[in-house]
Design a protein around this ligand. Structure first.
Ligand code: GLN
Length: 177
């Protein structure tokens, strides 16, 4: 499997290591020419969604990636990547790909609880480690077809919808668990 990791900003190295460990061929997406390679899955890493979104547009990556995502390219997104995919961002004027019917709230856990690790059920697995880093929250599901894979304090923290799997936390950081 060829995994293209968006490598403009943020925690793309961790995302690359995660997919290599899972046996994938990994390449970095930094410019439009990188999209000429065969890509089976797009991985959107954590980082700063505003910076990533602006760079996507500046580098001419935004439109071609949105077309592919909306046409069904499998996507695996964490944190800032989820924010880039969300149809609505409740505390931001920006909206980026708008390909995933959820509302998110950026930096939802405040300064005190900005980053933390907890354990819980994820996709049928128990006691799964979940690391949150200045994480967003999913505050609304805008389609009845969304599958919730994990929750924290009653709110969804990872979801699957059609070709997209997205996390508010960082599965790539606890990959050996
Ligand atoms: N707080 C970041 C944002 O709003 C996301 C944090 C992360 O990706 N770890 O873009």
């Amino acid at each position: 499997m060829n995994v293209g990791v968006l490598a403009l900003q943020g925690a793309f190295a961790e995302m690359e290591a995660y997919w290599r460990m899972r046996g994938a061929e990994v390449f970095e997406i930094r410019q439009a020419a990188d999209l000429e390679r065969g890509i089976d899955l797009l991985a959107l890493p954590g980082g700063e969604s505003t910076v990533q979104g602006r760079l996507l547009k500046k580098l001419g990556l935004f439109e071609p990636l949105k077309r592919r995502i909306d046409a069904g390219l499998p996507v695996f997104a964490t944190c800032a990547g989820l924010i880039l995919l969300a149809e609505r961002i409740e505390n931001d004027d920006a909206v980026w790909f708008a390909s995933l019917p959820v509302t998110v709230k950026r930096n939802a856990y405040g300064r005190q609880l900005g980053s933390f690790t907890t354990r819980g059920d994820f996709d049928g697995k128990h006691d799964f480690p979940m690391t949150f880093i200045r994480a967003p929250a999913i505050t609304d599901l805008l389609s009845p077809d969304i599958e919730v894979l994990s929750t924290f304090d009653g709110a969804p923290t990872s979801v699957r919808w059609r070709n997209i799997t997205a996390f508010t936390w960082h599965p790539e950081l606890n990959a050996t668990a």
